[in-house]
Write a protein that binds this ligand. Structure first.
Ligand SMILES: CC(C)(COP(=O)(O)OP(=O)(O)OC[C@H]1O[C@@H](n2cnc3c(N)ncnc32)[C@H](O)[C@@H]1OP(=O)(O)O)[C@@H](O)C(=O)NCCC(=O)NCCS
Length: 188
């Protein structure tokens, strides 16, 4: 069964919230405790509606079902959910000097290792490059690190994101040059 990519819409948000929770609880359980995942869902793992408004957030859909998501950003935030109109718009990056952000990749547990993450990441890199960005940065979960490593992102800093209740979430900053047009192989 194949999937198609499209830009996320505001009315996808309820389905995206369900998808993100499912993906986190199933696919991060080898790396994080239930307490860490609960505390991170929302503040760290969530839908950033600003990206939907910017047209830089994608969903992978099979028929009418959303089976994956991910995006890029021309704004400063590195992770986290955000309401569309809850706060002032996040500051914009300068493509001449700043790295684009790669944001919020989550795939349905029954759809992993079918190239959905790869397909969305390729679309993000192409769009960021077309917007003038020549590098990209992201904060990866330990579950996400192999996907980005397979795209030549390099781990530059390992640290812990503070969570509510005194918990911490081990994460890794990863960076990549986008100087050349991106040319990863197409998803099968
Ligand atoms: C990370 C995630 C988005 C990957 O999505 P995916 O659609 O399964 O990834 P793909 O099928 O496109 O994988 C592309 C390549 O990445 C690497 N990769 C992806 N997942 C991997 C894993 N679990 N172990 C090892 N390598 C992996 C492989 O090189 C893979 O190519 P291959 O399948 O031909 O070997 C998915 O596992 C996920 O949703 N994880 C939970 C949420 C999360 O932590 N997201 C990351 C936030 S930073």
């Amino acid at each position: 069964v194949s999937f198609t990519l499209r830009r996320a819409r505001d009315d996808d948000v309820p389905a995206l919230e369900v998808l993100i929770a499912l993906s986190v609880r199933a696919l991060q359980a080898a790396h994080y405790s239930p307490e860490q995942m609960n505390a991170a869902l929302g503040p760290v793992f969530g839908v950033d509606r600003e990206l939907i408004g910017d047209g830089t957030f994608f969903v992978a859909a099979s028929a009418a079902t959303i089976v994956g998501c991910g995006g890029w950003s021309r704004r400063q935030s590195l992770f986290g959910g955000k309401e569309a109109h809850s706060a002032a718009a996040s500051p914009l990056l300068d493509p001449a000097i700043d790295p684009a952000r790669i944001r919020a990749f989550f795939v349905h547990p029954q759809w992993v290792r079918r190239g959905i993450g790869r397909s969305i990441l390729r679309a993000c890199e192409e769009a960021a490059h077309a917007a003038g960005f020549r590098s990209a940065t992201l904060v990866a979960t330990l579950a996400g690190e192999p996907l980005y490593a397979s795209f030549a992102y390099v781990a530059t800093r390992r640290y812990e994101i503070p969570l509510a209740g005194g918990l911490q979430l081990p994460a890794v900053q990863m960076d990549k040059s986008l100087a050349l047009p991106q040319s990863e192989p197409a998803a099968s």
